[in-house]
Design a protein around this ligand. Structure first.
Ligand SMILES: CC(C)(COP(=O)(O)OP(=O)(O)OC[C@H]1O[C@@H](n2cnc3c(N)ncnc32)[C@H](O)[C@@H]1OP(=O)(O)O)[C@@H](O)C(=O)NCCC(=O)NCCS
Length: 147
């Protein structure tokens, strides 16, 4: 398993995974391209051979020293191998090295696999909101303090 920064050439495969996992809530390809442009290495992919089987997207604001993790996805047939946890750990370590003091993310309150990873890595629920994305579906805002 190889975790590396995503490149433009990876975006079609990232889009395919995102589409499979998030369906109508998947990011359009142009949004993925723009995330890549502003991610400065914090969009990551996991490769097995030549196949991309997982990805994550992060962003770091150096003025606020605050990072956000925007998305995480592992193809269903590769789940349960700590790939999601490894990607999240990788991002945490990278933003910490960049100077981040906090990392934030949102997750659906019924997303047990996601919440399990985040709690194990020390994220705590800061907020439980019913309408975070203005679509009347709930989200937890989880935060990890890096100080
Ligand atoms: C959340 C997700 C990234 C986890 O990926 P993963 O590589 O399976 O993660 P891990 O192997 O580190 O396991 C994390 C948890 O997933 C669950 N899990 C393990 N094997 C699983 C499987 N085969 N199928 C489903 N869930 C499984 C377990 O609850 C595990 O927690 P535990 O170790 O406390 O038992 C993956 O399930 C996914 O892509 N889900 C759809 C997209 C999504 O929800 N992304 C997160 C949005 S915030």
């Amino acid at each position: 398993m190889n975790i590396r920064a995503a490149e433009v050439e990876d975006l079609q495969q990232v889009k395919a995974i995102d589409q499979l996992l998030f369906e109508e809530e998947s990011y359009p390809i142009f949004a993925l391209r723009q995330f890549l442009d502003i991610s400065y290495g914090l969009m990551k992919v996991v490769e097995i051979g030549r196949e991309i089987i997982a990805y994550c997207i992060g962003h770091y604001n150096s003025e606020k020293k605050e990072a956000w993790f925007l998305s995480l996805g592992v193809l269903p047939e590769y789940r349960g191998r700590k790939i999601g946890e490894s990607l999240t750990t990788n991002l945490v370590e990278e933003v910490k090295a960049m100077g981040a003091t906090t990392v934030n993310l949102t997750v659906h309150p019924e997303n047990k696999p996601g919440i399990s990873i985040y709690e194990r890595l020390g994220f705590e629920t800061q907020e439980n909101t019913e309408n975070y994305y203005l679509d009347h579906s709930p989200r937890l805002v989880m935060v990890k303090n890096l100080c």
